[in-house]
Structures are given as structure tokens and as C-alpha cells.
Design a protein around this ligand. Structure first.
Ligand code: CTP
Length: 408
């Protein structure tokens, strides 16, 4: 998404500047050409040399710098960028831009550009909550500027509250959202992710190797493309996607209850979760004590097949997308699940293939359609795979829009 994009990174003077160094690195690693513009106060925290080394471009910080003999720097740079990110954005820069002030290179460039501007504010909680900052944020939003809101947490001043700059990953995600086609606007997409855990006693459980990475990538990609996303997630170690509503669950029973409730309003359901097929028939209320050297036989009983249930209840126009985790006969098994669970698409995943297992950041899949179609997605990041799955969803939507136009 960011490959070959020209990104201006405006850096203002706040302690969160150290995170902007990681942001700069993340952007360049994703293939963007980053031009850093620093305010005078930002240079009190870190030198231009740091950003210059990471971005590979000269850092700009002086209003009167000339790129070419005849061009004022800010106009040249502002004209050829694809987006401008201000991170950290202090209360001061928000106030200046909201009120039309342009008294340094960065504020002048923001005024002189027509490209999307994304602010990542960072400040003390009291400042963030102040009427002045909140008024300026509203003014900037009305002017069409974009934000990635600060997180809540321990601030540099020692106080706990809102004001911590979003993480570099969240800022990159917000930037990618700006460039993404919004072809899922109007869809309400329910995604499930992660494993379920089935308790044996208060300290032990039965589960599987799912990391949740594929489901979280699906939720992020759907939100980027304009969908309203609900993510029903089993326990994972992943940061929750900002633009999705999260419903945390633990057991298959809890997932079933949450999914059936949320599916009523969903136009698309994507079941990436690895639901445990069985659970201990009885979960002991106290820790089971071991008798020295003795084994333990667990009786397991079947969990509900949530996707099969959804397939039976499927409404007109609702799309069901399943995942098939297989170790043999990938396409045969996946096609059987597609048919038996009444799905529109199934993402067939050989979990033994190199780079395509549970904890990998990559995957390689075959996307099978109820119409007999088959799309191969070679090894790629889970984010990219998620986009290919959503491309198939969009394709089905377009096809049914055309056929309903024809029959009208
Ligand atoms: N699934 C589900 N509820 C279950 C088991 C699976 O909703 N109890 C969903 C998964 O989320 C996935 C699809 O069904 O989208 C296929 O899951 P998978 O584990 O590949 O297959 P199973 O249907 O469980 O069949 P098997 O274990 O025999 O391969």
C-alpha cells in the first residue's frame, strides 16, 4: 500500500518524537519515500541527523530553504507528496493549523498542500481534554483532516490518562486506510479470530495453535476498506485493531453465543477462528491434583459447529466465508466444508506448508467459491492474503448487483 508513495513526516516538539523515529523506519521499510520536516522544538528532542539517516533524505526545518534555485521548499515538497503525517502533533501545531497560522516550515507546508493530512496527537491528558484542543480538533476534522487518536496509558509526565501518541503500527495502519479503496462501505462484517480455550480445571485447558493473526488481518483489512467491523476474538496476544469493535470470548460456547447474536446484523461473516471441536466433558471447579506417576484420561464432548449453524440460518444476501485448516487433500476437504456448511467462499489453508502455519506472519491459500471458482494466493503477508479474500467478497457483491439489475 505504501510502496513508492511520497510521504512527508512532520515532526513537532514532544517527547513522543522517539516513536516517530520508529514510524519513519516502518514507513521506509514498507517502501515509502519519506521526507522529514522538523520544527525547531522537535530538534530540541532529537537531531535531524537521526531522521536523515533513517529516511535517506535531507531533513527540512527552515522556511527559507530552497530545493531548486527558483522553488520555495515547502511548495515543491507539498506538491509532490501523496500524504502528510504529523507525528507527534502537539497542541501547538493543532492550534496553529486550525486557526490558519503559518509561521514555520511545517505549518506553512500544511497550509500549502492539497494532499491528505493525518495528525497523530500526543500531549498531556489535561491539554488533550482542554476546550481549546477539542475545539481545534473539531475545526480540523471539519476541514477534512484525518486523525489517529492518542491512546490511554502512562504518560511521560507520570500521569495515567489519554494523550499517549498512537503506536507507529497504528499510524501506518491509519495512513494505509487513507490510500485504500472504500469498496466495502455499507457492509457490516463479522470476523472471528484466534483459538478457543476449553477449561480442564481453573489452571489447565485444551486449545490449539491459532495465533489469531489471520483473523486480525481480516478485521483490519475490512475496516480499511470502509466496512463496519465486529471482531469476536478468542484469547490472543495481538493488539486489538482500532477500527473494529472487539467482543472477547474464551470458549467455543461463548464464541457461538457471541457470533449468533452478532451475525443477525452482519452482511458478511468471516470465520477465521480455530474453534476447538471438543471440550472436556466436565471442567473441575478446583485444580486436579496429580497422583504420583498416574496418567489422566479426559473425556471430551463435541462443541457446537458455529459455522454450520450460521450456514443453516443464512439470510438472503448474507455472505459466509469459512477457513479450512488442512494437513492433507487441501482442496477436497475444503470443498466438502464449503458445500456442507452452505458457504459462499472458503479459504483453504495447508497449515503444514512452509510460511503458512499458525504463528507465521505470512500465509499461502486457495480461495474456493460456491460457484466453482478457485483463486490461488501464493505466499504473502497475512494482510495481503486478507485483501485477496476481500477482493473475492467484493466480486460476489458486484456480480449479484449486476444480476439483480438485469432481472429488474
Ligand atoms: N468452525 C466452527 N465451529 C467449529 C469448528 C469449525 O465455526 N466447532 C469453523 C471454523 O471457524 C472454520 C471452518 O469451520 O471457518 C472450518 O474449520 P476447520 O477446523 O478447518 O474444520 P472443521 O469443520 O472443524 O472440520 P475438521 O476438524 O474435521 O477438519
Amino acid at each position: 500500500m505504501l510502496r513508492n508513495r511520497e510521504i512527508i513526516l512532520g515532526v513537532t516538539g514532544g517527547i513522543a518524537v522517539y516513536k516517530s523515529i520508529f514510524l519513519c523506519r516502518e514507513l521506509t521499510q514498507q517502501g515509502a519515500n519519506v521526507h522529514v520536516v522538523m520544527t525547531k522544538n522537535a530538534m530540541e528532542f532529537v537531531t535531524p541527523l537521526t531522521f536523515q539517516t533513517i529516511s535517506g533524505n535531507t531533513v527540512t526545518h527552515d522556511l527559507f530553504e530552497l530545493f531548486h534555485a527558483s522553488q520555495i521548499g515547502h511548495v515543491a515538497l507539498a506538491d509532490r507528496a501523496h500524504a502528510l503525517v504529523v507525528a507527534p502533533a502537539t497542541a501547538n501545531i493543532l492550534g496553529k493549523v486550525a486557526n490558519g497560522l503559518a509561521d514555520d516550515f511545517l505549518s506553512t507546508m500544511i497550509m500549502a498542500t492539497r494532499v491528505p493530512v493525518l495528525f497523530a496527537p500526543a500531549m498531556n491528558t489535561v491539554m488533550w481534554d482542554s476546550p481549546a484542543v477539542q475545539r481545534n480538533l473539531r475545526t480540523l476534522a471539519e476541514a477534512g483532516h484525518h486523525f489517529v487518536e492518542p491512546d490511554e496509558g502512562e504518560l511521560a509526565c507520570g500521569v495515567h490518562g489519554r494523550g499517549k501518541m498512537a503506536s507507529p503500527e497504528e499510524i501506518v495502519e491509519a495512513l494505509e486506510t487513507l490510500f485504500c479503496p472504500k469498496d466495502l462501505t455499507g457492509e457490516r462484517i463479522l470476523v472471528t479470530a484466534g483459538p478457543t480455550v476449553e477449561p480442564i480445571d481453573p489452571v489447565r485447558f485444551v486449545s490449539n495453535h491459532s495465533s489469531g493473526k489471520m483473523g486480525y488481518a481480516m478485521a483490519r483489512a475490512a475496516a480499511r476498506r470502509g466496512a463496519d467491523v465486529v471482531l469476536v476474538s478468542g484469547p490472543t496476544c495481538l493488539p486489538p485493531p482500532r477500527r473494529a469493535r472487539i467482543v472477547p470470548v474464551k470458549t467455543a460456547d461463548q464464541m457461538c453465543e457471541a457470533v449468533l447474536a452478532e451475525a443477525a446484523a452482519a452482511t458478511v461473516v468471516i470465520k477465521a477462528a480455530a474453534v476447538c471441536d471438543w471440550r472436556p466433558a466436565a471442567s473441575a471447579p478446583e485444580k486436579i491434583k496429580k497422583a504420583r506417576g498416574a496418567g489422566l484420561t479426559l473425556a471430551l464432548e463435541a462443541n457446537p459447529d458455529i459455522l454450520r449453524e450460521l450456514g443453516q440460518r443464512k439470510r438472503d444476501g448474507q455472505l459466509l466465508v469459512g477457513f479450512a485448516a488442512e494437513t492433507t487433500d487441501l482442496v477436497t476437504h475444503a470443498r466438502a466444508k464449503l458445500r456442507e456448511k452452505n458457504l459462499d467462499l472458503i479459504v483453504a489453508n495447508d497449515v503444514t506448508a512452509p510460511g503458512a502455519g499458525f504463528h507465521a506472519d505470512t500465509n499461502a491459500v486457495r480461495i474456493l467459491g460456491a460457484d466453482g471458482s478457485e483463486v490461488g494466493v501464493p505466499l504473502a503477508t497475512k494482510d495481503r492474503v486478507a485483501d485477496r479474500v476481500l477482493d473475492c467478497v467484493v466480486k460476489i457483491r458486484k456480480r449479484s448487483a449486476v444480476s439483480s439489475q438485469r432481472s429488474a
